[in-house]
Design a protein around this ligand. Structure first.
Ligand SMILES: Nc1ncnc2c1ncn2[C@@H]1O[C@H](COP(=O)(O)OP(=O)(O)OP(=O)(O)O)[C@@H](O)[C@H]1O
Ligand SMILES: [Mg+2]
Length: 248
């Protein structure tokens, strides 16, 4: 099967730092691809390059065979790429419902939808993430967990083919983290999206991911099934440590 996304020889430098150093991998349609590596390994930078939030210095990214390397973020969104941010980026002065409505409208190429239908959709995504009762609350008054869920609703409202999740659990308490991860798995099932998932808690990806790519210092360390990757000596050495299962 042809891959949904191909990443070839991706390079991103920040001054003297090579944040992403010649990384290549595929994202297959329908899979959950885990993306792991130590702090500062370049994970978020890869997502930023793939979604067009920052420009790669070198390399080629294709989606369904189309070269998207130079496309603007909104063009990529229209092609079906959506993301959540490691640190939520709400519009503080918009209500939860208006926030979702805004991304629903901006995430689509042509709006052949009545305003009422758009409202209905936005309400549906808010309901899905459990924020229906907060629909009229300003984003600035939401809790951190609620902001994360709002991000997810906004991403889903663009009806993506591929959803990039940049750490859904960070900053959440254990109960919230569990809900949040469950929500990603449900979103994948319900909306039929491919998921690219950065997460530090390995136990979550061991369960949810079909495959995992590991990076360190911007370079790919390993790629394979979760079992293969967590048993890879380079991954253990650079990231997981021996006996990580005892702590997961
Ligand atoms: N906008 C930027 N300007 C300068 N340096 C940056 C920028 N973004 C990232 N970096 C640097 O690039 C490297 C990779 O950072 P990145 O945020 O991609 O890592 P990460 O794997 O997502 O880490 P974490 O697990 O902590 O989120 C780091 O050295 C970081 O300091
Ligand atoms: Mg990051």
């Amino acid at each position: 099967m042809a891959p949904l996304i191909t990443v070839r020889h991706l390079v991103k430098r920040f001054g003297g730092i090579v944040a992403v150093n010649d990384v290549s991998f595929d994202i297959h349609e329908g899979e959950t691809l885990g993306f792991i590596g130590p702090n500062g390994a370049g994970k978020s930078t890869v997502v930023n390059c793939l979604t067009g939030y920052i420009a790669a210095d070198e390399g080629v990214v294709t989606m369904n065979g189309v070269d998207i390397t130079k496309m603007k973020p909104h063009e990529r969104a229209h092609m079906g790429l959506a993301r959540t941010y490691q640190i939520p980026r709400p519009f503080p002065e918009l209500t939860a419902l208006t926030s979702v409505l805004a991304s629903s409208i901006s995430g689509k190429k042509r709006i052949n939808q009545s305003f009422q239908d758009a409202m209905y959709d936005a309400t549906h995504y808010l309901e899905f993430v459990g924020l229906f009762s907060k629909r009229n609350i300003l984003a600035r008054d939401l809790t951190f967990y609620e902001l994360r869920m709002l991000e997810l609703a906004r991403a889903l409202a663009t009806t993506p083919k591929l959803l990039f999740i940049d750490e859904v659990m960070a900053g959440l308490n254990p109960g919230e983290a569990k809900n949040a991860t469950r929500m990603i798995v449900r979103a994948k099932e319900q909306f039929n999206v491919t998921v690219f998932w950065i997460e530090h808690v390995m136990a979550v990806l061991m369960e949810a991911a079909d495959r995992i790519v590991a990076i360190n210092y911007g370079a790919k360390l390993a790629e394979g099934t979760p079992e293969e990757v967590v048993n890879n000596d380079d991954v253990i050495e650079a990231y997981l440590g021996r006996g990580w299962r005892n702590y997961a």
